[in-house]
Design a protein around this ligand. Sequence first.
Ligand SMILES: [Zn+2]
Length: 133
Amino acid sequence: MMFSQIRSYDNYIVANLQLNLLKDHGISCYLQDEHTITIDPLLSPAIGGMKLMVVDNDMEKASELLDSVEDDYLKTVACPVCHHTSLEKITHVDHPTGFWPKLKNRLIGGSPASFKTYYHCTSCDQTFSSLPV
Ligand SMILES: [Zn+2]
């Protein structure tokens, strides 16, 4: 079975909640680097966080499941600028073609592609690199 990264996390609790959500729906998955980061959280940025790995055959089902949970949660978070609950998550996936960029991404993030996520308010057009608290 081949596994691929679907998400990465700095937070142990969120990582395990989403891991168990997928397992409850019968999806084969595991957290890579969970123990390393639990022992030394300062290593998290260096190795790309805890990586949620999903079996390739279930990738689409897992992605839809995680997206729907995140969308439901986003509907409850207010924009810190305009206070509307109109945030959306935007993920850019970069698939480099060169050997060295792919190697760099694999070493840092465990996947040849790199992922960048940010949040956009559709009401006031502001963007945030992390979810506002
Ligand atoms: Zn806003």
